[in-house]
Every structure is written in structure tokens, then in C-alpha cells.
Design a protein around this ligand. Structure first.
Ligand code: PLP
Length: 498
């Protein structure tokens, strides 16, 4: 008997087990509505010192080979090579900036200047490779709901990749003007963008419903289409995000900022809980991480969850200056819930059903005990503005509104804990992406000014040159103008594909 020694994936709700990585990536969401989790978390098999001498691409290979065990070395290296290339404006891919005593891990040097690029530059290659490996002949149709950044980053990743189509849904009025322009100017014959009358949760719930609609999938399959997801629930997005935490730590180790074995805290501005979950996985793999600091904006459902053990989405949805974190259902939290139950799919499924039916659930004290690596905090918009200004005035470092939330929450953490541990703050977007809020925070006069005027003023004030991605949008032509109601999403997909 031949034993498959690699990692396999199982649904957090128990409906599927023993799925190879490539199939989990192809499927996105499990058939029972659960999320795929590896059957175990592998540990790094080379030392952090050795990793410290490696490039981003080499580090990526060392991490991904442990999770995507049904891809050959050649396949994985090819995906990594195509993903992390000149699309990024720095060879380091994810550089660290030291600001005062803290380190900002800049995850916004890719083609859409936000952290989603880190995973979405590689997902199309992992996915098309997976289709090839599994003899899938249909065209892959990516359906994605976006709170602003995912949509653009996914389209940039998938644009004109043979054998794929991509349809992005975003909440009309729920993304910044700049984010909307970024999406609506997207090139590529295989891309489509639709504005939804509703908020992000409506868009995400609508996409999930399409994924669970077997009749519709069968209808589309006959026409040669197969749905897949690029949302952060796809394991093919989660794993590539582990890489930069390993990379950041090993850079700090190699440059002598850290001594061997020294722990760091990681601070993550959180929405759908994908980025911080990747940091948690990195810790499970053996990276010396002490606290995982989960930063929320006014939509502080996660802060309340970590404080009380109760998750409750029954509350007002607040539109903030950090729109990519305006989320009341953090999909990836399901994976952490699953871990905290001791990988009990039945318990996880029950809680998720409660969330679906009542909008809330409460975990047991034993489960809560398993989450003590996490510290939840939140910062409102005024605290956020104050923090952006404080850091800019004191250090000349200009951060975006999402990173501002993280930085403000980190200060609250230090005040509450007196913890002197060195900390890496995930910096998830370029300030140029949110020019209005950022300029307002640093005391600029924004009255009646257009985005691009503010962008020029920001450049003059900060001395940071304007990224290429911004210049492309300045002169881009609007290519997408579709709109629909949440109930009309299915019809819209049909129309786009036919
Ligand atoms: C998506 C996003 C976040 C939130 O990340 P999650 O993985 O969804 O928690 C934070 N900041 C920016 C700029 C983003 O685009």
C-alpha cells in the first residue's frame, strides 16, 4: 500500500477530508460551506539563519513546499517566479521600514499598491497549474466580492491569464473613489466588474450563495465554466501570506536587529482575518512570535470577540476611512474557531450555523483559552488620524489609514501591557491609495480637491515618489459600468459569461 505522506486539506465543517492542495485551491470554498484547513501545520525544515540568507522567492519556496505538497518543485518555483517579479517596485518584494523602535512591514509594493497583491500575484498561477494537474478542461471563472482592494488585486493577477475569467462585485459607495477607479479602469478581455446595491457583507454573502448553488453550477458547467474563488478564504491565498512573516523575521535576524530565538509581536490591521491568520500559522510553524495583535476599526466585532468570547454581527455597519476593514463577518475566523475546538468539525459547523441564523455565537471557556496568543484592540477614526499625524510629524513616515489603525492599536497595547517585545506592524496599503483621508490626517486642506490633486500635494509634502500604479489610473479609461441588486447577481454572471 502506498501512503501519501503530504499535507491534505479538510473542511472546517467536516464534509470533505483528504483533499490534496491543488484540489483545495481549485475549489476555494469546501462543498459544505466550510473552509479548507491543512490536516496539520508543518514546521519549517531549515533554520531561520539559513532563511535569512535567502531571497523572497527562495523563502516563498521553503514555506509553500511544506503546504502545497502535491506540486512538484519545478511547478512551485515556476509559479513563484512568475508572481514575484518586476510587478513589484522593489527587489525585496516586502521591505521593512524601521520607524522609532518599531518595524513596518510594507506589503504594498505590488501592482495595486495594497497587500492583497502579495497573495493574488501568485494565486492565478497556482490555480491554472492546479487545473492542469487535475485535468480540468473548463474555463475557470473567479467570482470575488471585494471591500475595495481584493477586487483590483485579483483582476490585476488574473487579467489575460489563459483559461481564466474573473468577475468582481463591490459595494457601490462602499469603496474609495480611487479604489473604484482602479477597478473600473481594469484592462483584460477576461475581466468584469459589477457594483452591488448593498454593503460588502451583502456582496460576500451573495457570492457565497452562488458557490453553494449546485443547480447554477451544473448549468454553467455545461457551458464550459467552472467557478472558483479568489477571496481570502482560498487556501492558495492564505499560504503565500505566511511567507512575508517568515521573511520579515529572518531579515531582522540577519541584520542583527534580533538575536537568535528572540520573540516579536505582530500587529495586523484586520478585516476578513486572513492576514493575521497567516501570522498565526507562521507561529505554529516555529517562527518566534509572541503576541498576535488584531487591530480593528470602528467595526470592532473582532475586538469584542477576543474580549468576551462572543461573536456578534448584529450591529450597525460603519463606513470608515479604512474601508478594507469595514467587515462584520470575518470569514477566515472560522479557521481559528476550528483550531480552538481541537479541529472538531461538528462543533465548528454548529457555531457557523448559529452565525448564519442568529448572527452571533459564543465559544466555550476552553476554546477561549486556546486564543490567548491573540490580543484584540480597535481604533476609531479620530485616533487613526491622530496616529497618522503623530508618526508623520515625529518620524516623517507616512502611512495609510489601515496601517494607521494598526499603529494606534499597537500603542494601546503597549500602554496596557508594558510589553517591550519588538514589534512588526503589517503595513497594508500605500498612503497614495487613500490620499484624501491621509492628507486630512496630516493637516492638509482637502476641501473641494480631487484625488489626483491631493496625490500631487502628498508627494510634495512627503517626498515619496508617486507609484506607477497611481499614474496608470490617472490616465486610465473607464471600461466597466455594470450595476445590480444582490438578488440579481446570478443573472449578471450569466449575462457576463454568455
Ligand atoms: C484586505 C485589507 C486588510 C484586511 O486584511 P484581512 O486579511 O482581510 O484581515 C487590511 N488593510 C488593507 C489595505 C487591505 O486591503
Amino acid at each position: 500500500m502506498e501512503l501519501f505522506s503530504g499535507i491534505t486539506y479538510q473542511s472546517t465543517r467536516g464534509g470533505q477530508i483528504g483533499i490534496p492542495a491543488s484540489q483545495a485551491i481549485l475549489q476555494g470554498l469546501a462543498k459544505d460551506g466550510g473552509l479548507f484547513m491543512p490536516n496539520r501545520i508543518p514546521t519549517l525544515d531549515i533554520s531561520l539563519e539559513q532563511l535569512g540568507a535567502m531571497s523572497y522567492q527562495e523563502t516563498a519556496y521553503e514555506v509553500m513546499k511544506l503546504f502545497f505538497t502535491d506540486y512538484t518543485e519545478e511547478e512551485l518555483r515556476s509559479c513563484i517566479g512568475k508572481a514575484y517579479d518586476e510587478k513589484f517596485d522593489t527587489e525585496e518584494i516586502a521591505p521593512l521600514a524601521k520607524v522609532g523602535k518599531d518595524y513596518f512591514l510594507e506589503l504594498f509594493h505590488g501592482s495595486t499598491i495594497a497587500f492583497k497583491d502579495m497573495a493574488l500575484s501568485i494565486l492565478p498561477y497556482l490555480l491554472t497549474m492546479a487545473a492542469e494537474k487535475n485535468q480540468v478542461e473548463q474555463e475557470i471563472v473567479i467570482l470575488t466580492a471585494t471591500s475595495g482592494d481584493t477586487g483590483k488585486a485579483a483582476m490585476a493577477g488574473f487579467a489575460d491569464v489563459p483559461g481564466t475569467r474573473i468577475i468582481v462585485f463591490y459595494p457601490e459607495g462602499g469603496v474609495s473613489r480611487f479604489q473604484e477607479l482602479q477597478m473600473r479602469t481594469q484592462k483584460g478581455k477576461n475581466t468584469a466588474v459589477v457594483a452591488i446595491h448593498g454593503n460588502f457583507d451583502d456582496a460576500q454573502t451573495g457570492v457565497k450563495r452562488l458557490f453553494r448553488d449546485e443547480e447554477f453550477q451544473a448549468e454553467m458547467a455545461k457551458k464550459g465554466f467552472r467557478f472558483s474563488s479568489a477571496n481570502s478564504i482560498n487556501i492558495g491565498r492564505l499560504v503565500p501570506q505566511i511567507v512575508y512573516y517568515v521573511y520579515a523575521y529572518t531579515r531582522l535576524l540577519a541584520s542583527g536587529e534580533l538575536t537568535a530565538g528572540e520573540e516579536i509581536n505582530v500587529v495586523v490591521p484586520t478585516g476578513n482575518f486572513g492576514n493575521i491568520l497567516a501570522a498565526y500559522f507562521a507561529k505554529q510553524m516555529g517562527l518566534p512570535i509572541k503576541k498576535l495583535i488584531c487591530a480593528s476599526n470602528d467595526n470592532k466585532v473582532l475586538y469584542d470577540f477576543f474580549a468576551t468570547g462572543s461573536y456578534d454581527r448584529n450591529r450597525e455597519f460603519i463606513l470608515t476611512s479604512s474601508p478594507s476593514m469595514d467587515i462584520l463577518i470575518s470569514s477566515n475566523l472560522e479557521r481559528l474557531i476550528y483550531v480552538s475546538t481541537g479541529c472538531d468539525a461538528e462543533k465548528t459547523g454548529k457555531l457557523m450555523m448559529e452565525l448564519n441564523e442568529k448572527g452571533c455565537y459564543t465559544i466555550t471557556p476552553e476554546m477561549k483559552e486556546k486564543l490567548k496568543d491573540f490580543w484584540g484592540g480597535f481604533a476609531d477614526q479620530e485616533e487613526n488620524r491622530g496616529e497618522i499625524k503623530r508618526v508623520f510629524d515625529n518620524y516623517g513616515y507616512l502611512m495609510d489609514t489601515h496601517t494607521g489603525v494598526a499603529s494606534a492599536v499597537y500603542r494601546k497595547y503597549v500602554e496596557a501591557s508594558d510589553d517591550p517585545t519588538k514589534s512588526v506592524i503589517a503595513s497594508t496599503a500605500s498612503p497614495y491609495k487613500f490620499s484624501k483621508s491621509v492628507m486630512e490626517a496630516i493637516g492638509g486642506n482637502i476641501e473641494g480637491k480631487e484625488d489626483f490633486q491631493l496625490i500631487d500635494e502628498m508627494s510634495a509634502r512627503s517626498g515619496i515618489s508617486i507609484p506607477q500604479a497611481v499614474e496608470e489610473i490617472r490616465h486610465g479609461k473607464i471600461r466597466h459600468s455594470r450595476k445590480c441588486d444582490v438578488d440579481g447577481m446570478k443573472a449578471e454572471v450569466r449575462d457576463i459569461l454568455e
